[in-house]
Design a protein around this ligand. Structure first.
Ligand SMILES: Cc1ncc(COP(=O)(O)O)c(C=O)c1O
Length: 487
């Protein structure tokens, strides 16, 4: 039978991803997809800016319904594509830039100072000069940066628009450590003593406070906001008027349809490490867990792929959180007339990208495991998470739906680097039949940190092309895809 079908791996015991209609529209047009591979090679990153807009609208609605002044700055580190930067400006939101090229390119794509912020961990003279010349607010991290920015502002005969990045907030009696920012315990004195007319740093226009917390706690973010608000209240009497607090990113998203699958996988991973069931990962990789004396130790080092409180509900939770007097974060922001800013990366590009690769070979290794070689390498779908925990789809040219014969196989997808560990997914994937050469494997929801963040060019491999997909009312065709470009 030749039915050009596509199917999700792991029909049972899977991790079923949340998907969008546009992804299915593409997967159900194999002829178009094959033409894309002929034209652009493998793998292909497909980007869908319309989904970015949907995410953006949800955040705007939360701010509106909570009646707070707000600013959204897309953290473009999550994805390199220009398409999302352009989409951000179209949506009248800003862009958070974290390097010279991110900043320059965002300016070239039409971002003005008001629509940008510079948050780089390392700020070079050149970056700062560009920011100053374009009136882009600079988020200051340390005293050396203050010296440099102040000097360069003087040289450029301007005031530097600045915000101070803070860390070390207290949550339930514990101080949150971060390598970034000024300590919350020291910033008040630092500002009073060093910043302002006639002081060491007299070339600053102080506009805001900033933080970005590791992890995904709404409580920590709310507590940090409350501590920032308190600081702003105190500093008012010292002639500081802050107009915004930027709470960075880290808004959780939900990748998975079923909580049960997520919990079950965790249980099976532990069972497989104990040798109670067959390995569920390549070489029984514990994804952070390890076994010591028959006991599971450590933590799973993956993104929390299933989250009930995600996206707009996550943001809502932060704003609704109350202080000890019962005032919500939102109410306090309103009262103090403070604009709340966010820098979402992953959550703005949720459902906005897929990565597709062609099957090049199939082989059985010495353990009898099927390895499916894809024209792609591990760096083209890699994040800080120990594995990408979403079941992939396979677009079969010839899927035999005759149920009388069981052709099912369990496979691992392998990549093009010369490393034993170039596995595109560490998880084993069950398929209804062995893919054929030139069949296509589709990894969904890869726009946030997966497709670009750790992408490398070892072996002189080309970087994967990024194609922007714009749908029309007509069936999917080649002209719906355009290379990510300036215009
Ligand atoms: C300063 C800052 N802002 C925003 C972000 C974006 O975070 P996320 O993609 O989790 O929303 C990051 C991520 O590292 C960051 O460091």
């Amino acid at each position: 039978m030749n039915n050009n079908d596509y199917i999700k791996g792991n029909k049972e015991k899977g991790l079923t991803p949340i998907t969008s209609q546009w992804m299915h529209d593409i997967m159900s047009h194999p002829k178009v997809v094959h033409k894309l591979f002929t034209q652009y090679g493998s793998p292909l990153n497909i980007l869908h800016p319309a989904s970015f807009t949907k995410n953006c609208t949800k955040f705007k609605e939360v701010f509106q319904s909570n009646n707070v002044k707000s600013g959204i700055f897309y953290a473009r580190k999550a994805n390199k594509a220009k398409a999302f930067v352009k989409q951000a400006f179209k949506e009248n939101i800003g862009v958070d830039t974290a390097s010279e090229r991110e900043l320059l390119q965002s300016l070239q794509l039409g971002g003005a100072g008001e629509h940008l912020v510079l948050t780089s961990a390392i700020k070079t003279e050149k970056q700062i000069e560009i920011a100053l010349q374009n009136k882009v607010p600079i988020v200051l991290d340390n005293d050396d940066e203050c010296i440099l920015v102040n000097n360069l502002a003087e040289k450029n005969n301007c005031k530097a628009r600045v915000a101070f990045r803070l860390s070390g907030f207290y949550v339930e009696g514990n101080k949150l450590y971060s390598r970034f920012g000024f300590d919350i315990d020291e910033i008040e004195e630092y500002l009073i003593n060093h910043v302002g007319d006639g002081k060491t740093y007299s070339n600053f226009k102080v506009e805001g406070l900033h933080f970005h917390l590791d992890g995904y706690s709404t409580q920590q973010r709310s507590e940090a906001l409350l501590q920032c608000i308190k600081l702003i209240q105190k500093l008012k009497n010292r002639h500081f008027s802050f107009r915004f607090i930027d709470m960075g990113g880290g808004i959780l998203i939900n990748y998975l349809k079923h909580k049960k699958e997520w919990l079950d996988f965790d249980a099976r991973l532990k069972q497989s490490l104990k040798g109670e069931i067959a390995p569920v990962t390549f070489n029984n990789n514990g994804l952070g867990y390890r076994i010591e004396g028959g006991i599971i130790k450590g933590e799973r080092k993956t993104y929390p792929y299933f989250n009930e409180i995600n996206s707009e509900r996550f943001l809502e939770g932060i704003l609704k959180y109350s202080d000890e007097n019962g005032s919500s974060v939102a109410t306090l922001l309103q009262k103090e007339n403070i604009e709340i800013r966010i820098e979402p990366g992953r959550s703005l590009v949720n459902q906005s990208g897929i990565t597709m690769a062609k099957v090049v070979h199939r082989k059985k290794d010495a353990k009898g495991q099927w390895l499916i070689g894809l024209e792609m390498n591990m760096s083209q779908m890699m994040s800080s998470s120990a594995d990408f925990m979403l079941d992939p789809y396979v677009m079969y040219a010839n899927l035999n739906e005759d149920q009388t014969e069981d052709k099912s196989v369990e496979v691992y997808f392998t990549g093009a680097y010369c490393l034993e560990r170039d596995l595109l997914l560490k998880r084993k994937v069950a398929l209804p039949q062995l893919p054929e050469i030139n069949d296509i494997v589709v990894f969904v929801n890869t726009a946030g940190y997966m497709m670009h963040f750790f992408e490398t060019q070892a072996h002189l491999f080309e970087l994967a092309p990024n194609l922007v997909y714009t749908e029309t009312s007509k069936p999917v065709e080649l002209s719906n895809f355009k290379l990510d470009a300036d215009d």
